[in-house]
Design a protein around this ligand. Structure first.
Ligand SMILES: Nc1nc2c(c(=O)[nH]1)N[C@H]1C(S)=C(S)[C@@H](COP(=O)(O)OP(=O)(O)OC[C@H]3O[C@@H](n4cnc5c(=O)[nH]c(N)nc54)[C@H](O)[C@@H]3O)O[C@H]1N2
Ligand SMILES: Nc1nc2c(c(=O)[nH]1)N[C@H]1C(S)=C(S)[C@@H](COP(=O)(O)OP(=O)(O)OC[C@H]3O[C@@H](n4cnc5c(=O)[nH]c(N)nc54)[C@H](O)[C@@H]3O)O[C@H]1N2
Ligand code: SF4
Ligand SMILES: [Mo]
Length: 745
């Protein structure tokens, strides 16, 4: 019997899903993972793990896992696939994609990813090697996940920022330089339920144990709201008004940081004038938050030094998301809480290492100005939305699907879909996506399991690896980490390996400088002065020291700007409360509030017909989006898709706890089991997204129960924001509850 060996590595994507970068210990015996637990020596998670990591053995060795490349043999949707070799799979992809390129141009193939797992690097690399400008988070209406907030931060303050929970220090909470935030304003996030965007939710809990008070902004009651000093229970989608109301109080009551405002902000007088349009009573009427609570929260936050602001994806799902983010940036800036210990700390990729482009500057750095300029000419949405054009390299999701549908202004014929269950969870208007994507000539899906997307669309399915099966690296904030392969399952390959091989086939000349994926990693890691192997020898991660990549007060030390002067990395050198970049792009240079496209106020007639505000997609530790429904340890804790209904609402609709009902609007209806709870307000309901049932038939028309359970069947689109970023209507759709009759069950 061979002995058990223990290896440290980093969990990033396949397995738990996730944007986090936690350290985990793999227990390997006879080449198999037999157990996993959190690495207590790792500064990110200090030994903690989520249930999805703990269930990893069930995920990796699941009988349904795809472990060989597959070729469709029946009609699309029949669910008939046959195993083929990797060589054959690569050959088919190369030949079919090149055929499309020859006839219609490289732009006729789109490259679609899901959320920020370990995918941005490999997929952008492949997209550009093929020569297509259309790299897209397909279906994510308005790119409504972090990108609106990131784009706004880049435009307004030239950098990104996150709540400082000491994550930039190896010593973490024991670092004497760090301060416990006095108050954390948690805006649309329930920290224990997920680790969003390279941030470990539990850090907030740690801060609470050390004394941080919480103000939470959430329409529902959650773990964090019930432990908050103040809970602002706003109507979904009205955060923009609330933020402006709080700014109104802070400015009019003189609670802002005068020195910081004077030295480091631009356009304070204009902001001051704008917030006069949002007096507290008016904001109370818009948001349903009592005026005295808005005032109290504004005072508590402004009087806390340091105070931090931690936000979640509902900000991106507001109609004018980039404007809401702008207002929140104004909050942390005029209170002087940016770039200080325990406030909002500037977040840069560790050592400036980029796996994939966060900004257009980085895009140019990685791929050269010529390629970027040339690609921008054809990139879907770049002409329509200057902000989309000028931030990151993504095509616009809603415009992409419209173009796939119409073929205008040029046809799209193929799709490479990798780490995205477009039909099963990501896309709003799911049926429209289904119909449009069915028109494509050739579709590759790279995934680990069959799901509604592979079944309905794939011509070729390529089996991807989980994190213990892969080599990769991670520079998404700090530390700089490597992920190291320790096991192999079937013939699965990593996204990097697959895309590297395909990229070489499409662009042999351009890529001849790299023989292996590790060579490519080493080039990307070069700015850190480290190689893949030496980071591995050091235990798998390195933390940047003093300089542009380490907090604090970098704006005073001159670390933020290319010219080395003090200030922020914007044209004015200041945080632009009045944002000149927005002005140049034809957007409102000051934050403003816009009512959601469907709401009691904007669509009163629709509201009469569909009198419930439906919030969707509140995260659970058990699942990552549409993943994990087949994992026994996780699924047993949440067997059925439920809808949270307040007892008063239940009475109004004459439904009882446990009853199966339809959630319905003009787009269709979806089944849910009623869960009576006071977590939601009367008149609002909450249900999770990403539901399909792996235990049902996968072929058409069932598609694993997709059309019965996929809530995005009734989520409308396209996005409604003027910047092109934000405004996916995932948290603010109107619906009603319909009782089932007769044979329905
Ligand atoms: N376990 C797990 N972790 C995850 C994910 C997962 O699927 N599973 N997904 C990952 C991804 S891609 C993302 S984007 C993040 C998202 O995670 P979060 O940013 O936390 O987003 P949600 O869970 O959708 O919503 C957070 C809270 O916002 C409240 N909320 C709903 N509507 C509104 C609103 O209009 N305004 C305000 N202020 N609050 C509102 C909800 O009630 C909920 O309590 O999580 C990431 N982490
Ligand atoms: N109604 C509603 N819909 C929503 C949301 C909401 O709040 N409400 N949230 C939206 C948000 S914020 C986001 S980001 C999207 C996310 O949407 P997606 O990122 O598309 O998430 P999933 O549905 O989990 O699909 C991911 C697929 O990739 C596979 N996969 C996982 N890891 C890997 C990997 O490393 N490599 C490869 N090749 N495949 C992998 C999984 O098996 C799964 O099939 O959903 C959006 N959809
Ligand atoms: S949710 Fe947290 S613990 Fe789980 S994989 Fe992500 S970062 Fe790690
Ligand atoms: Mo997301």
């Amino acid at each position: 019997m061979e002995k058990v060996e223990v290896f440290p590595t980093v969990a990033w994507s396949a397995g738990p899903g996730c944007h986090g970068g936690c350290g985990q210990k793999l227990y390997v015996k006879d080449g198999q993972l037999i157990k996993i637990e959190g690495n207590e020596d790792h500064p990110f998670n200090q030994g903690r793990s989520c249930p999805r990591v703990l269930a990893l053995t069930q995920y990796m060795y699941h009988p349904d896992r795809i472990t060989q490349p597959l070729k469709r043999v029946g009609e699309r949707g029949e669910g008939k696939f046959e195993p083929i070799s990797w060589d054959e799979a690569y050959d088919i992809c190369e030949q079919r994609m090149n055929a499309i390129k020859e006839e219609y141009g490289a732009e006729a193939v789109i490259f679609a990813q899901g959320t920020g797992r370990d995918i941005g690097g490999p997929i952008s690399f492949l997209t550009y090697s093929f020569g297509s400008p259309n790299w897209v988070q397909l279906g994510l209406s308005g790119q409504s996940c972090y990108t609106p907030r990131l784009g706004s931060m880049k435009a307004v303050m030239g950098d990104f920022a996150v709540t400082d929970c000491s994550q930039y220090s190896e010593k973490r909470y024991n670092d004497p330089e760090w301060k416990v935030p006095e108050t954390i304003l948690v805006w649309g996030q329930n920290p224990p339920n997920g680790c969003p965007d390279a941030f470990m939710g539990h850090w907030i809990v740690d801060c609470m144990k050390l004394g941080s008070k919480i103000i939470s902004v959430d329409p529902c009651h959650t773990w964090i709201t019930t432990r908050a000093a103040q809970h602002l229970q706003l109507r979904p989608g009205t955060g923009g008004a609330l933020a402006l109301g709080m700014l109104n109080v802070i400015i009019n009551e003189d609670l802002y940081d005068k020195t910081f405002v004077e030295n480091y902000t631009y356009g304070f007088e204009e902001l001051k004038a704008r917030v006069q349009e949002y007096p507290v009573d008016k904001v109370a009427a818009i948001t349903d938050v009592p005026a005295q609570s808005i005032v109290a929260a504004a005072r508590l936050y402004a009087n806390s030094k340091p105070g931090a602001l931690h936000w979640g994806v509902p900000v991106d799902m507001e109609p004018e998301a980039t404007s809401v983010a702008h207002a929140l940036i104004c909050l942390w800036s005029i209170t002087g809480n940016i770039d200080i210990p325990g406030g909002n700390v500037i977040a840069r990729p560790a050592y400036g290492v980029t796996a994939y482009p966060w900004s257009t500057e980085e895009l140019v750095k990685l791929y050269g100005k010529d390629l970027v300029t040339q690609l921008n000419k054809k990139r879907i949405g770049a002409d329509t939305y200057p902000m989309v054009k000028n931030f990151r390299g993504w095509a616009h999701p809603d415009m992409c699907i419209d173009q796939i549908d119409t073929g205008e202004p040029y046809p799209i014929k193929g799709a490479w879909i990798q780490t995205a269950n477009v039909l099963g969870g990501q896309a709003a208007r799911a049926r429209f996506h289904y119909d449009a994507l069915k028109k494509l000539d050739f579709v590759v899906v790279v995934d680990l399991f069959h799901n509604p997307t592979t079944m309905a669309l794939a011509d070729v399915v390529l089996p991807a690896a989980t994190f213990p099966e892969k080599n990769s690296f991670r520079a998404w904030w700090a530390p700089l980490q490597i992920i190291k392969k320790h096991v192999q399952v079937g013939e699965c390959k990593t996204d990097w390996e697959i895309n590297f091989e395909m990229a070489k086939r499409f662009n042999p000349e351009g890529l001849k400088q790299w023989d292996t994926v590790i060579d490519l990693f080493n080039e990307r890691l070069a700015p850190s002065g480290h190689t893949f192997d030496d980071i591995s020898e050091k235990g798998g991660w390195v933390m940047p020291g003093e300089g542009p990549f380490k907090p604090y007060n970098r704006h005073e030390k001159g670390y933020l700007r290319a010219d080395g002067k003090a200030g922020f990395n914007t044209e004015t050198g200041k945080v632009e409360l009045y944002c000149k970049q927005f002005e140049e792009w034809g957007l409102d240079p000051l934050p403003r509030y816009v009512e959601p496209p469907q709401s009691p106020i904007s669509t009163p007639e629709l509201y009469e017909k569909y009198p419930l505000i439906m919030i969707t997609g509140s995260r659970t530790q058990l699942f990552f989006h549409s993943e994990h429904r087949m994992i026994p340890w996780l699924r047993e804790k949440e067997k059925d898709p439920f809808v949270e209904v307040h007892p008063e609402t239940a009475k109004q609709f004459n439904v009882y706890d446990g009853e199966w009902v339809y959630l319905k609007n003009d787009m269709g209806r979806v089944k849910r089991k009623v869960k009576l709870t006071r977590r939601v307000k009367p008149g609002q309901i909450q249900t999770r997204h990403g539901w399909w049932l792996p235990e049902l038939k996968g072929s058409e028309p069932e598609l694993f129960g997709l059309w019965d359970y996929q809530i995005n069947t009734i989520i409308p689109g396209p996005q409604c924001s003027s910047s092109g970023f934000g405004g996916g209507q995932y948290k603010t759709t109107l619906a009603t509850i319909e009782k089932m009759t007769g044979g329905d069950s």
